[in-house]
Design a protein around this ligand. Structure first.
Ligand code: ZN
Ligand code: ZN
Length: 136
């Protein structure tokens, strides 16, 4: 006989396991229906976040997370928060403002480093700015 009887991990009902599924057909059907509902909701609410989906569809967060992990949603659907300022963003980890300000910071740091090393080299070469050195 194909498959073996086992208990559905979701509802506990005995079912005939065909491959490696852990949940019974009813639960899989219910999942599929819920996933379709979530997809519909997400399509008509492109700005929605996970809590909105839960509220709008009654889906379990774990199901939504699994769908996210499976890449079921377009990347621009599920928002996260910027790790720096907490602003809602599409894809992480930082928002554009933080990214560009970090880029600017990086740039100005690099400029300062190269400027100061140039200045230091110039100072060493000309023996100037010595009053700024060695004292703190
Ligand atoms: Zn079940
Ligand atoms: Zn930010």
């Amino acid at each position: 006989m194909a498959g073996k009887m086992r208990n559905c991990q979701r509802c506990g009902k005995l079912f005939m396991q065909q491959s490696r599924e852990k949940i019974c057909r009813d639960c899989r059907d219910a999942d599929a229906a819920m996933e379709a509902k979530v997809m519909d909701f997400v399509r008509s609410n492109p700005e929605c976040k996970v809590p909105d989906i839960i509220e709008g569809t009654g889906a379990e967060e774990s199901l939504i997370r699994r769908m996210i992990d499976d890449g079921r949603f377009e990347q621009n659907v599920i928002k996260t928060n910027c790790k720096k300022c907490g602003k809602e963003i599409v894809g992480g980890p930082y928002c554009e403002a933080c990214l560009s300000s970090m880029q600017e910071n990086l740039q100005s740091v690099q400029e300062r480093i190269s400027a100061s090393s140039t200045a230091a080299a110039a100072a060493r070469g000309r023996g100037m700015h010595s009053k700024n050195l060695g004292k703190k």
